[in-house]
Structure formats: C-alpha cells, structure tokens
Design a protein around this ligand. Structure first.
Ligand SMILES: O=C1O[C@H]([C@@H](O)CO)C(O)=C1O
Length: 549
C-alpha cells in the first residue's frame, strides 16, 4: 500500500506556549501531521516549499532508507536543499514497525517547528518475529519539545559570534506542540494570548481498568527530558523501533532523537485527573515543567478538570547515575534478540570536545569540527565530482591514553573539515563516543548521537576514560538493544557496533541542534558503487548541476 502526504511548508504565526512566534509549519501546523503507515508501506511525501526566502530539507528520522539513500533528507549529505517555490517528492519504504519521527535537516530549521511523528504499525497477522510482544487497549502519541522565543536566525548568529551568544534554557517545554510560557500574562506581553487554542492543555483520555500504549518521542533542540505520568508507573516496551525487555519506571529519561513506547494501566482513582509532566534534566533547569492532563472517563471528573496536585518536578536534574541506569536497563526483548557480530573489523574512537576556532566556540570530534560541503556527498561520490570536499579522512582516534576527560583541554584550538569516513561495504564497525569536560571547568553535558541509515547495537556505557584494552571485554554481546539515537553521558563513553551494509552516505551527529551547527558530527560512506541512479531532483547546488548546463 502507498501512503500519500501532500505538504506545504510555510511560515505562520503560532502560539505554542501562548506567545506569538513565527514558526516553520507543515500545512499551517507545528508539529506537522503524524504519518501513519503499516510495515512495508511506501510513503510518498510531496513537499512544496512555500517559505518566502528559506530552503528546506526533511529527514525521516529512524527510517533506514534501504535502496533510497537520496530520500534521507539531509541537506549537504544526501541532497541539495529544496528552494523556495520548488516541490520535492520523498519516496521511501517503512520496513519495520515502530515509533519514528521526521524533522527539517537544514540549518536550525527543525527548532523553528518543522517536526512530527511517524508511526508504523504491525501488519495484521504478522509472524512472531514482528508481532508486538505486549498487549494494550488503546494508544496515545506524545511528541516532546523545547521552545524559544528568539528566532533560529538570532540563535544561529549567536552561536557564530565571538564571543558566543548562547540562547540559554528554553522558554517553554511543549507536549504535542503545546505549552505555557511561565511569565506570559505577568509580563504583559502584547504577543501573549493565554486563551489561544494552540496553547490549550493537551488531554489524554483513558478508560478505567484499560491499558494504554504511550508512544513518546523527543524532538528537543537542546533539552534532555524526564517524562512522568503522575501516579502511573510506565513499563518500557519499545525504543527506536525495537522491542525492549520490559522494565518499569516512574520517570522516563528521553533524549532528543529518541522514541519510546511505554504501557500504563488506568488503575488509579477515576474521580480525578493526573498530570503528564516533562522536566529538563542533565542541564540546570530554567524552564517551567511542561504539562498535559491524563483524564479518566467514567468517574466524577471531567476531561477539563485540572489535577488537584502540583505537577511533578521529576528527579534531581544532575542525577547522572539515575539516567545511566536507565540506559543500561534498555536491552533487547528476549524474544527479539538480534545478536551482534562477535567482533568488529574496525574501531573508531571519537572524542567529543568543546573547542575554539578563531575565537568561535565549536564542538569537535577528535579535534576536527565538522562543516557541511556545498555539494552533497552522495552526488559527489556517486558521480565522482572532484574537489567538492576535503579528501583527507578525519582521524580514527585521539590520544586516548593521555587525554584527561575531566580536565579543561590545555589547547582547545581545533580545525574544521568536511572530510568523511569511508567504510568497507559489509564490514563491521565499532564506534566509541568519549565525552569530556567542556571549555568551562567542571562541566560535561549529555550528547544524544543519532545515526542515519542504520540502527546500531548499543554495546556498553562507562564513566571516565574509555580504555580499548579493557572495556571491550565488558560489552553486552548477548542482548544489546538496537537503536538509532543514544546518549553519551557526562564524562562517559558509549560503545556502538553496526554493519556497513546500507549503500549510501550517512550522517552521524549530536542531535542537539546547536551542537551539530557548531560542528558536532561526522559522515560515513559505504557501498557508494551499489547506489542506484540518483534522482536529478537532489542535485542543482554546488558542483552537482543536475543535468542543467
Ligand atoms: O554548546 C554550548 O555552548 C554553551 C556554553 O558552553 C557556552 O556558552 C552550552 O551550554 C552549550 O551546550
């Protein structure tokens, strides 16, 4: 079956937190429509760029694009941007059930509102390898976000300024695009409209005694979040399209780019309502709790009743151990274990550090800060265009025996490059992401890394310096979870493995919008010679003339 979507991208005034702000919208809305498909469906999204002066490109986050690497929607990597007035058609197959997302992958446009969910359901009568190993009576979908009042242009200019002008913590946390700016009416803002329907509190209705699947995705630009449904423990059953060995949490940590499915049972007093709460963790919070309401049917409460309690504020923001424990608990469901290859052909160690180039604050990987080329790699490599990117491969490792991950880098100066890593087709690659201290002392953040074109096995997490002679022996090779986005915890390391078996060119980057903008990413190529004929529509920029002369 084919699922058709027709999207018009335009700037609109929106009131996500009751404050008027220009947003990049899909068919007038932010977040955009949820794409609903069944495993095996072909999704065709016709995207018309009706922005006045801004390009666009849309990434299908978690969809591996097997056989369609040109549809990954990553500007500079897999396509030229879609110009204002132009239309681009994305066609791809959703080959696995699960909870996914989509978002702009051009500049900082994702943060301006261009994002949404993709839900791929299990076909009726699916076999045991696909069928969900859990049961539920109803489903609710929750897209979490953070939101600023400064435009993404102002934010981006601040990131590039000397010294950096950092936008700071978000003004609001959104649930399905709705939130509430804490000072809205108190500040007497002319742009504040607290009765605007776009910022009315989302309500999730439940019938007493029933079990619900909540699909939760995070599209935050910056914030690591903790999500809670007051009084309702959550059983984690899916993440990034893979079934999890169930475990119960009161508070779910979720990083930008991740999705989870949890089950809750509506077994509490039905005569009142309960809060859904989203709180910032890992950075010192400066934002009001994002809230929504869990409303019971059939009791004495009405869906509009505000819960009688104050919204939960979540665990201590700096309790890193608590978050690492959730990461470690997330392993494959026993009936859905896909064992990784027992060893790898190549190990790449990647130091994540905050650096400086010409006084600008940057993020670098092994002291190289990533920049996007003007000609998409996919076209440059497939069509053998010369001189479009730095042909020198970026470093495979850093001085891992001496580097003090707890200290401030003695020499923070870095270089920038648009070189990429080329993987032998079919080879098994291990990547270890090593976190470190930032430019300021005693600070290390959480970085959620997202890989395009693949899922990876998450083999292990550790705190402190990764030792290649010691830590691989501690890897979980028995039941590691497959994911497409994973946390690298403060001062910690995360070890990943995957097989380079998807012909194409794939970005791998921190999903914090500002951090990728500041260079925190790399790109992999594999099997370029196996990529089919490129559609001309991805060309037209840089040296890729798309057949126009
Ligand atoms: O990349 C970042 O820059 C700021 C700060 O380090 C400099 O202002 C911050 O909190 C980041 O995550």
């Amino acid at each position: 079956k084919t699922v058709h979507e027709k999207w018009d991208i335009s700037d609109q005034f929106a009131y996500p937190d009751c404050v008027r702000k220009l947003a990049v919208t899909i068919n007038g809305h932010t977040p955009g429509p949820t794409i609903r498909a069944v495993q095996g469906d072909t999704v065709v999204v016709t995207v018309k760029n009706s922005l006045l002066t801004e390009n666009v490109a849309i990434h299908w986050h978690g969809i591996r694009q097997i056989g369609t690497p040109w549809a990954d929607g990553t500007e500079g990597v897999t396509q030229c941007p879609i110009l204002p007035g132009d239309t681009f058609v994305y066609t791809f197959v959703v080959d696995r059930p699960g909870t996914y997302m989509y978002h702009a992958h051009y500049g900082m446009q994702r943060s301006a509102g261009l994002n949404g969910m993709i839900i791929v359901s299990v076909p009726p009568g699916a076999g045991p390898d696909v069928a969900e190993p859990f049961a539920y009576d109803g489903e609710h979908d929750v897209l979490l976000n953070d939101w600023w009042h400064k435009s993404t242009y102002e934010q981006a200019a601040g990131l590039a300024a000397v010294p950096i002008v950092w936008v700071g913590e978000p003004q609001s946390l959104l649930i399905n695009g709705r939130g509430r700016f804490v000072n809205c009416s108190a500040l007497g803002l002319a742009s504040c409209n607290e009765t605007h329907p776009e910022c009315s509190t989302p309500v999730f209705a439940v019938v007493p005694g029933k079990t619900y699947r909540f699909r939760i995705g995070s599209m935050t630009s910056l914030s690591a979040l903790n999500f809670e449904i007051e009084g309702h423990p959550m059983t984690v059953v899916e993440t990034d399209g893979h079934y999890v060995k169930p475990f119960v949490v009161k508070n779910l940590n979720i990083y930008s780019g991740e999705t989870y499915s949890v089950l809750i049972t509506a077994d509490q007093d039905p005569n009142r309502n309960y809060w859904l709460a989203s709180n910032v963790v890992s950075r010192k919070p400066g934002t009001l709790t994002g809230t929504a309401v869990l409303a019971y049917y059939g009791g004495h409460s009405s869906p509009r009743d505000v819960p009688p309690t104050t919204p939960p504020t979540g665990p201590a923001w700096n309790d890193t151990t608590y978050r690492i424990n959730q990461s470690i608990a997330t392993v494959a469901h026993p009936a859905h274990v896909y064992a990784p290859p027992p060893s790898s052909d190549r190990t790449i160690l990647l130091l994540n550090s905050q650096n400086r180039i010409d006084g600008r604050t940057k993020w670098a990987i092994n002291n190289v800060s990533f920049t996007l080329p003007h000609t998409p790699y996919l076209v440059a490599l497939k069509d053998r265009l010369q001189g479009t990117f730095d042909p020198r491969p970026p470093p495979e490792t850093y001085n891992h025996t001496a580097y003090d991950v707890y200290g401030v880098q003695p020499n923070p100066n870095a270089t920038s490059s648009n070189g990429l890593y080329r993987l032998a087709f079919g080879s098994v690659v291990d990547v270890v992401l090593q976190n470190a201290n930032m430019l300021a002392p005693n600070n290390s953040e959480t970085h959620p890394w997202h890989l395009h074109g693949h899922d990876f096995w998450v083999l292990g997490y550790g705190v402190g310096r990764f030792d290649p002679a010691v830590h691989p022996a501690t890897y979980n090779l028995r039941d590691p979870i497959l994911k497409n986005t994973v946390a690298v915890h403060p001062y910690g390391w995360t070890a990943l493995r995957w097989r380079a078996d998807n012909p194409g060119v794939w970005a791998f980057h921190c999903h914090i919008e500002a951090h990728f903008f500041m260079g925190m990413g790399i790109v992999f190529e594999e099997g370029i010679e196996r990529v089919g004929k490129l559609p001309r529509e991805i060309m037209g920029c840089g040296s890729s003339n798309g057949g126009h002369h």
